[in-house]
Design a protein around this ligand. Structure first.
Ligand SMILES: [Zn+2]
Length: 592
């Protein structure tokens, strides 16, 4: 019989601790301390309480917890002396059936890892979907993590330990994240479509209107229609996939949601797509229950957000706000194919683009679920975050021009070195960016064109990216950086040019919609965490015409994104669906 939360809440402390026995390897103190916070409203609340106990423990206790774990495919496994839980996990990951080569490789990694960090490598080998990682995935993760900084790696072990506990807890409570698993499987299936040149390498790249891109649109439409029960499914004039689930009154205003299905080159499977799949799962459940909301629900898979094939970011969501720039049609991709040709080839009707624009008065607002694409939620052991604002940004490309001269014959006091001037600027940018909370400033590209080992750099090109929660903070930083650049160049006798290439206004969440997300997340027993979005999202476009608010979902691997390591767990995706369902239900009670 699986445990239930009321049982756990009602039991005497010793009995409750016994129920949670084995969640944390040889470390019952974690559950015992967390249980003092009973009653728990939900399993996520219990999990967070346990993670908090570990976070607040001293370093020695944390290390002892890590060291309580057996090595992967190590001596304890060979001697059959693992705990039942560890034995089950190593077995599920196939570690008990290693080839002699795999076994030797893992032993070598165990030794190297221990020598570097002084504790065993801990990995939740059941993986983000709970089914067990492959041995190749385990070895790759082992090798990758050997390069981490020791402080980061200690935290990463603890995060894996929490994930192990999460899976063990789910086993005890007979909890399966059915809808999270469904989204996991949809994500895997959709990721089978990838552009030529990348597909062969097993990399995911889906750029605007390629064969893979159009296949994704077909796949999404199919699932919306056949698996989820949307009433209307169509692909619009720019390639957006639009699914509508009517309210009890088909003429009622609609809630709009969605995100993008294109990807960056060699990107992740969840960036954008999660924000299409989560509401699709909600509609699937509504349809299965035969339920209608008092408002309509419109889910859009935006065709293009990343600006990879053509320099036209937010093309999909921009079409909804009337911001499709007809000038884009003549742009050519790297193979010389114009966007117009690509659209005609895809069977899209250019004459209909203007009709994609929505009448904002027919919508209640826009919400978007997105993977965080940053390390914050991962670091604080929280699955969901409430977005307060999408940061405003400004980008520049610049060049410092000094004088190229011989590295051997030019005395140090006679140089006009463009690269050291740029280096000074980069250090200033880092310092100025760190001076205000939620302001970030980055020199991402630095290049000495045609540089040579024996030449003092005469030119140095650089990029500058500044983002902040408000336009004022962003602009103040940009002004200071420009003034500093001026000062550095005067001091060094070099000159510069600086060209603004992009500017986007900050998009603060609409308070009422942010509160709806907060209420929804709180109902799940998940502690609220409010944060700005450092990255741009489709919601920025919709912000121009209707109220919007976003929900972030924790990413694994320190939140890495635009990278194949981008990941989340089916448990976190499940919570995103449940939060969205809460939001829909709450909205239903608000809407007359
Ligand atoms: Zn995205």
């Amino acid at each position: 019989m699986p445990l239930t939360l009321p049982q756990l809440n009602a039991a005497a402390l010793a009995e409750a601790a016994q129920m949670l026995d084995g969640l944390y390897e040889h470390s019952p103190w974690i559950a015992e301390q967390a249980l003092k916070a009973r009653p728990f409203r939900s399993l996520p609340q219990l999990k967070h309480a346990m993670a908090q106990v570990v976070a607040q423990a001293d370093r020695d206790a944390q290390l002892a917890l890590i060291r309580a774990h057996p090595e992967l495919a190590g001596k304890a496994m060979m001697a059959n002396s693992l705990t039942a839980e560890s034995s089950n996990e190593q077995n599920k990951a196939g570690l008990t059936h290693c080839t002699p080569e795999e076994f030797a490789k893992i032993q070598q990694l165990n030794t190297a890892y221990n020598a570097r960090f002084g504790f065993p490598f801990v990995l939740a080998v059941r993986g983000p979907r709970g089914l067990g990682l492959s041995k190749a995935e385990i070895i790759a993760s082992f090798e990758r993590r050997l390069d981490n900084h020791p402080d980061f790696e200690r935290a990463e072990c603890l995060r894996n330990i929490h994930r192990i506990a999460e899976i063990r807890l789910a086993d005890k409570f007979g909890h399966t994240p059915e809808l999270g698993n469904l989204i996991w499987d949809w994500s895997e299936r959709l990721a089978l479509h990838s552009d030529p040149g990348y597909a062969e390498r097993g990399e995911l790249t889906v750029t605007y209107l390629t064969d893979a891109h159009r296949a994704c649109a077909q796949r999404l439409s199919h699932w919306m229609r056949e698996d989820c029960g949307f009433d209307e499914v169509s692909i619009d004039a720019v390639g957006n996939v639009v699914g509508v689930y009517h309210g009890s009154d088909p003429g009622a205003k609609r809630l709009l949601t969605g995100s993008h299905y294109d990807t960056v080159r060699n990107g992740g499977k969840y960036d954008g797509r999660l924000g299409i799949f989560v509401p699709m799962a909600c509609v699937r459940e509504l349809h299965r229950q035969g339920r209608r909301l008092p408002y309509g629900f419109e889910v859009v898979g935006f065709a293009e957000e990343e600006g990879q094939r053509y320099k036209a970011v937010f093309l999909g969501s921009g079409a909804l706000t009337g911001n499709f720039d007809m000038g884009w049609l003549e742009q050519k991709d790297a193979d010389g194919v114009t966007m117009r040709e690509a659209m005609v080839h895809a069977g899209l009707c250019i004459d209909d683009i203007a009709r994609v624009q929505r009448d904002a008065s027919k919508y209640l607002g826009f919400v978007e679920v997105h993977i965080e694409q940053g390390p914050v939620l991962n670091e604080i052991d929280l699955p969901l975050g409430i977005v307060t604002s999408i940061n405003g940004s400004v980008r520049y490309v610049g060049e410092i021009v000094g004088m190229a001269s011989h590295a051997g014959t030019t005395p140090m006091d006679r140089r006009r070195d463009a690269a050291t001037a740029a280096a000074e600027l980069a250090l200033y940018v880092e310092k100025r960016g760190g001076s205000v909370p939620h302001l970030v400033a980055t020199v991402g590209m630095l290049e000495v064109p045609n540089g040579s080992i024996n030449v003092v750099p005469g030119r140095c090109r650089f990029s500058l990216d500044i983002r902040a929660t408000t336009n004022e903070v962003r602009d103040a930083c940009a002004a200071d950086v420009r003034a500093e650049l001026q000062r550095i160049c005067e001091k060094r006798g070099v000159h510069f040019r600086l060209e603004e290439t992009m500017r986007a206004a900050a998009a603060p969440s609409a308070p009422a919609w942010q509160q709806r997300w907060e209420r929804a997340v709180d109902a799940l027993g998940v502690p609220l965490y409010r944060m700005p979005s450092g990255a741009g999202h489709d919601a920025m476009k919709l912000h121009e015409v209707m109220p919007q608010a976003m929900l972030f979902v924790r990413g694994e691997n320190a939140g890495i994104s635009h990278n194949p390591l981008e990941s989340t767990t089916s448990d976190d995706m499940q919570l995103a669906v449940e939060a969205f369902q809460q939001l829909l239900d709450n909205l239903a009670t608000e809407t007359p």
